[in-house]
Design a protein. Sequence first.
Length: 136
Amino acid sequence: MKKVGVWLDKEKAHIVTLIDDIEYLDTLFSELEFFNPKGGSGTKLKGGPQDVVQDSKYLEREKHQFKKYFDQIANKVMDADMLILLGPAGTNEKLKKELNQSYPLLAAKTKAVIKVDSMTENQIKARVRDFYKIQS
């Protein structure tokens, strides 16, 4: 039985695969750009010209980059029998939502979405191992 745990944030995803008590760790980098739009007032004078910040353009580009990142992760874990998602913030929940929309068979194999802070590779491996040990 192939048990997989994915710890991810916006920067990278660590994929831990457990097959018959043997661990494999794979890391995928997201290639997401850091969006920091510049803009605002073009002058210090009241009522002067204003620069318009196109947030929607940045957000749309980020959405497409997330989709590509999540597709890469899904393709890596497609043959998993059980899956858990770990990570800080809402990135793991965004991945779960994407799995529900685009990969329903993989979403059905997802046993848990757990919010955790930054972890070392060894902590990620231990967390995945412990989760599946409890499930057995």
